[in-house]
Structures are given as C-alpha cells and as structure tokens.
Design a protein around this ligand. Structure first.
Ligand code: ZN
Length: 473
C-alpha cells in the first residue's frame, strides 16, 4: 500500500476538463486556465493547461483542493475517485463510468497522453455535486460546492483544508486507525514525558461533520484497557488557521510504533521498542538481536506441519508432507534433548493434527524463545528448492540463520528468505520461522527429502541454526 501512496505522489496523474466538441487548435496549448473553488484560486505545482480542448490539472490540485481521493490501478487501468460514500470508477479509454456501481455514459474517456493519465474532471465534479462555470475571456474554470455553506456566517470558510478525519478507532492489538477523506498527512510527531505520550498534528485537516459536532466541547478521549503499549488517546481540533487536527496517545515505557499509510487511513501500531524496525519504511530490516543471557535455558518450539487428518502435500514418491515434517522434527528432538541450555517442546510428536490456533497458543503459553515450523512444498514438477519464511521484523535474523543451515542441510536450490503472513509465524510473538525444505512435487527434491541420511543432515543443520541464533555453544 505504501507503494501506492508514492505512486500517487509521483506519477503524472492529470485530469481532463471540458473535453468539448470543436476543433483542436494547437495554439490553445498556450492557454493556461486558472481553477477556482468557491471563488478561491486553487494553487497547483504544475500549470493547468489545455490539451485537445480539455483542461488538465495535476491530481494533487484536485485531491487536496477538492478533497476527492483518487487511486490509479495500473493493472486494471482504472481510476477510482472517492468522495464520502460516493465512488466513481473510470477505465482507460472507456466511455462508460461506474458511479456507485451504476453505469453512466460520459462524453470523454480517461486517457493517457504523453504518460499522463487524464480523467474528465467536469464529469467527476458534477457527480459529486460541484457546479461548473467556464469564464472564456478570463480563461477561468470556476467550481462551486453547493454544500459549502459556512456554519457561522461571521467566520470565513476555510478553503485550504485538504482532508477530513472521519474516525479515530482503536482496533485492538495496540493499533489505532485514523480514517479520512481527502488528503491527510501527519507532521513529524513529538515525544513528550509525564505522562509519556506521542503527539501527532495533521495540518490542513479537519473532522467530518459528526465528529465536529462531538468535538464542539473540546476533545474526545478514549481509554484503552487491553494494551500494555497504549493507555489512552485523545483528539481535538488544535488550530483553526490552518485547520489542524491533533492526536495525543499516552504510551507505556519502552514503547515504539510503526506508522503505515493506506488509502484513506493511517495506522499506528504500538509495540515494544525492541520490536520496532529501525526504519519504518523498511519493515523487513531486522532490529538488532539481543541474544538472551548465556546462562538461560531457552524454550524452543518445533512445529512439524500438518499431521493426522491433514496430510499436507503429496510427494511424487507417494509419501505425504506430514511424514517428512514429523520425521525431521523427531530427528531434531533427539539432538536438541542433548542440549543443556535448550528445552525443546513439540506441537506434535505423532500423527495428530493440532489446529494452527492450538500451535500458536502452545508457543505463546510457554512464552517460548523460538518457534520453528517444518514444511515441504508442492508446485509444478519443475519447481525446486528450499525457502525460509518469516513475517514479523523480529524474526528476520532468525530466518536468515535458519535458511543458511537449511540450504547446507538439503543441498538443494536456494530460493531465498521470504516474508509471508503464514498464521503460525504471524500470530506468535517470539522469533518464528517456517521452512519449506523443498518441493515434494519435484522428483529430485523429493528423493532428497525422503532420504534418511539427508533427513539426518537437515535435522543436524536446523539444530545448528537454532544454536547459532541463540549463541549456545
Ligand atoms: Zn505444509
């Protein structure tokens, strides 16, 4: 989703206006029309211009000036414009638009000219209730928002507000989500003490109507009872010029957060400082690992995947994945039980099927130090190789170490360390890794994985990986 935000900022995404009948005069390209909303000039980093009798303006002028949210899906070649609960979808070179799932015929289409995506502004604006006026002599486009009645006639309307917060919601799991329309961006947050809190200001941002009425008395405060990382949060309109929304979150000691931006929402996930990736823009970069003190005994959970009624992937050798997973797991068990600093725990030691939730609960209740899930892959007959998966940032360095040993143990093709939201490695909290030791659908991989000597080697390498990561000699 982050990808999308940058795309929105950097792509040349333009609107056409007034794609009208008549002769396309190339001289018209010299005309620079001005855009007004409710009499206020909309500033634009790039001059509006007329191309083929259509006025085009940069998307930011429109999204920030008019508060419409625009997304461009490059695969589907579709622009989606949101305003409140109204949605318009425009497909490239298609004269039929979808307005709230109803087909509507347009005079103009969305098109790409010289790398710029152009969509008809007048069509969009009118769907969202804007009135248009073209002042030909002045070369001015005037748009009027019929609903823009100032609530207090003595206060001039604020015209530079770019976004409206519609909801600030605690979503459980120490996460807050700020939902908005238009364009909303936080300033660099302030960290303050007594009580420890983090303060976000959102300039050029107001609140949606129903929140505004609730905020007349000042602020909205919400207590959070189920999180060690945040205690309460409150929000208010901090300033009127420009309109600035403020969000204050009281947090625990050693608490950090990750901010993620999505379409129409900003999510703040609070967590232990040690779990915060060093650069929130690169969440897969691991934090520095602090191996626990050397005299500890480490609780390690080994999770042979599948089992019982769930056989997993079928191999070309007619054996099942669950057999491979358990066999390697039990070989690891024999080796790990010799380690005085490691206490090993198994989600299954027989042909049984604990649910994924059971496996997660098992590791969480133990407050285990590490979680390793053993699997083998399946795909086309030519797909081959071993992969190691992690999901949370605190698992990346464990994944790197285990993968090195997995490749050494299997001796098969290296498909790399990957990030994927597999449930057992996502919903556990300790460093957690899932290995796919090879492809059972590939004859060469399957022969290795069901070979007893190879399994001994794989088990020994995986144990060596755990010891290396835990710094156990
Ligand atoms: Zn599996």
């Amino acid at each position: 989703m982050k990808k999308f935000v940058s795309m929105l900022l950097f792509m040349s995404f333009f609107f056409t206006m007034f794609a009208s009948v008549g002769q396309a005069a190339s001289a018209a390209a010299e005309v620079v029309p001005k855009l007004f909303l409710n009499g206020q000039l909309l500033k634009s980093e790039v001059n509006p211009q007329i191309i083929n009798n259509a006025t085009v303006v940069p998307v930011r002028t429109v999204s920030e000036g008019l508060g419409f949210q625009i997304t461009w899906d490059n695969t589907a070649k579709t622009a989606t414009v949101n305003h409140g609960t109204d949605v318009i979808k425009l497909k490239l070179n298609d004269k039929v638009a979808m307005v709230n799932d109803q087909m509507v015929q347009m005079d103009t289409t969305a098109s790409i000219i010289k790398g710029m995506t152009l969509v008809p502004l007048r069509f969009i604006g009118e769907q969202f209730g804007l009135d248009f006026e073209w002042k030909a002599t002045e070369k001015e486009v005037h748009m009027y928002d019929q609903s823009a009645e100032p609530t207090d006639p003595t206060v001039p309307p604020v015209t530079n507000t770019a976004g409206w917060i519609t909801q600030v919601a605690y979503e459980g799991n120490s996460s807050l989500t700020i939902h908005y329309d238009g364009a909303v961006k936080a300033n660099k947050p302030l960290l303050l003490d007594n009580p420890k809190r983090v303060v976000f200001d959102f300039p050029y941002t107001a609140y949606a109507t129903d929140l505004t009425s609730q905020l007349l008395s000042g602020q909205i405060e919400v207590n959070v009872s189920d999180s060690t990382y945040l205690q309460k949060f409150r929000y208010s309109l901090f300033s009127n010029s420009p309109e600035t929304a403020r969000l204050v979150i009281e947090i625990g000691n050693d608490t950090g957060y990750v901010l993620t931006e999505d379409l129409g929402k900003i999510q703040l996930s609070f967590m232990s400082l040690s779990d915060v990736p060093t650069d929130p823009n690169a969440p897969i970069d691991p934090p520095i690992v602090n191996p626990p003190a050397s005299n500890d005994v480490f609780d390690v959970v080994i999770d042979p995947g599948h089992g019982g009624s769930d056989p997993g992937a079928k191999s070309v050798l007619n054996k099942w994945e669950k057999e491979f997973n358990l066999s390697v797991g039990l070989k690891m068990k024999a080796l790990l039980e010799k380690e005085s600093k490691i206490k090993v725990h198994f989600t299954r030691t027989g042909d049984t099927y604990p649910s994924l939730d059971d496996r997660i609960k098992f590791a969480e209740n133990l407050k285990a130090d590490l979680f390793l899930s053993i699997h083998a892959n399946s795909g086309g007959s030519s797909a081959s190789g071993a992969e190691t998966y992690y999901y949370r940032a605190n698992s990346k360095s464990f994944a790197d170490v285990m993968h090195k040993h997995l490749i050494a143990g299997t001796g098969i093709k290296d498909r790399g360390v990957k990030k994927e939201a597999y449930k057992v490695i996502k919903q556990t909290t300790m460093p957690a890794v899932l290995i796919e030791a090879g492809f059972l659908s590939n004859t060469s991989d399957a022969k290795i994985l069901f070979n007893d000597a190879a399994q001994n080697r794989i088990a020994a390498e995986l144990v060596a990986g755990i010891k290396e990561y835990l710094n156990v000699k």
